[in-house]
Design a protein around this ligand. Structure first.
Ligand SMILES: Cc1cc2nc3c(=O)[nH]c(=O)nc-3n(C[C@H](O)[C@H](O)[C@H](O)COP(=O)(O)O)c2cc1C
Length: 367
């Protein structure tokens, strides 16, 4: 029997197979961040398609942390009702769903008056100038992650994932390029980890000891003088002490899409963060989810068999074919049809929804 279709645990959550839907910003919320009915329908479709765990696209924990139009809010208690409908839609199909919590920091949406970052950041590092957070503001953001976690539990999510990848606030604190502070929140690798450590601990405090808590960690940020692999590996070693139950491995920043969202044409190009998974495995016993360019069933099985990861996390392949897990399980298909052409986003920033446009149109060049 294929390991892909065996059960495994993340903390107290028993997941029926090893295929995870990696968080994917669905852009299906209204201007106030309330999910549209289409979001529940999309996630229910993914649950029907056989993904063992679905991680909802990043949700903003406070208004100044909104990254783009259509992003879902979990920033105040009024969000709970709408999120419960989304969770129920997945549960009705027998699926599990995790809440991804995020703060955009310097990558805040254009309608957010002042983007914040650990230090003052200027273009081209940020799209527009970002202002250094005060210590008070840092504590307030950490508290907003904790309150968002309470809301996720109240809405019925089965797990929470803290986003610390792709150039958002968590990774901005980790990177010496965007965190040049010399106070308690910067100045050394361990001080740059403090934002994450405090966030994880505060979230753990409110969700209790048994609630599954994951992190998505960008292992490197692709910036000169930025976050180095050795530093992330020492962070990986400490994640269990921070209260984390599972680690999703990623990397890069979204501006330079080349590292995080690469084009994958051949098997040899798949699983482009596999080496990070293997190195992380040497430092932690936590379950590892590997994302990035996984496309074919034999490669996925090889990753699991080698122990480089415990779960295979997929984003673009499930935009292309939401029922890919079932198709793999029933051997209807051995490879995703996704050509990683990166046409998943709306053509206009203000448009809603994501969809695969590559199969009908030529792929878009990525930098
Ligand atoms: C349309 C789109 C939206 C994404 N949204 C998120 C998100 O909300 N949170 C996140 O952590 N990663 C997000 N990502 C990154 C993916 O989760 C994943 O790390 C990346 O696409 C590489 O995996 P893949 O090769 O399976 O697509 C997004 C990627 C795409 C293409």
């Amino acid at each position: 029997m294929s390991m892909l279709f065996t059960q495994a645990r993340i903390g107290s959550l028993e997941i029926p197979n090893r295929i995870v839907r990696s968080a994917t910003a669905e852009r299906l919320a209204d201007d106030t961040g309330v999910p549209l009915p289409e979001l529940a329908a999309l996630l229910a479709t993914l649950a029907r398609g056989g993904a063992g765990l679905i991680i909802i696209g990043h949700m903003y924990v406070s208004t100044c942390g909104k990254a783009h139009p259509g992003m879902t809010a979990i920033a105040d208690d009024s969000a709970i009702g709408g999120l419960r409908l989304v969770v129920d839609a997945v549960h009705d199909e027998g699926g599990f769903i995790a809440a991804q919590l995020n703060h955009a920091g310097m990558k805040a949406a254009a309608d957010i008056a002042t983007p914040y970052a650990p230090s003052d950041v200027h273009p081209p590092l940020a799209a527009r100038p970002a202002t250094r957070l005060s210590a008070l503001q840092i504590h307030a953001i950490i508290a907003s992650f904790a309150r968002a976690a309470e809301r996720a539990v109240a809405a019925g999510f089965d797990a929470i994932q803290i986003h610390s990848a792709h150039g958002y606030l968590g990774s901005q604190f980790l990177s010496p390029r965007t965190n040049q502070r010399t106070d308690a929140w910067g100045g050394s690798p361990s001080s740059r980890m403090r934002f994450l450590q405090e966030t994880c601990r505060k979230v753990r405090d409110v969700v209790g000891p048994d609630y599954p808590l994951l992190i998505k960690l960008g292992m490197v940020d692709q910036l000169d003088g930025g976050l180095q692999l050795e530093v992330s590996l020492s962070l990986v070693e400490q994640l269990a002490d921070f209260g984390i139950d599972g680690l999703e491995i990623s990397g890069g920043i979204s501006q330079g899409r080349s590292l995080n969202i690469r084009t994958v044409c051949e098997e040899a190009e798949e699983a482009y963060f596999r080496e990070f998974g293997r190195r992380a495995r040497e430092r932690t016993d936590l379950p590892i989810l590997l994302v990035g360019g996984l496309r074919s069933r034999p490669v996925m099985e090889d990753v699991l068999k080698a122990g480089d990861a415990d779960f295979i996390s997929l984003c673009r392949p499930l935009i292309c074919e939401p029922d890919l897990p079932h198709r793999f399980e029933n051997r209807l298909q051995l490879r995703s049809s996704c050509i990683s052409g990166n046409r998943c986003w709306p053509e206009q920033a203000s448009d809603m929804g994501i969809s695969c446009k590559c199969l009908s149109r030529p792929p878009k060049e990525v930098s």
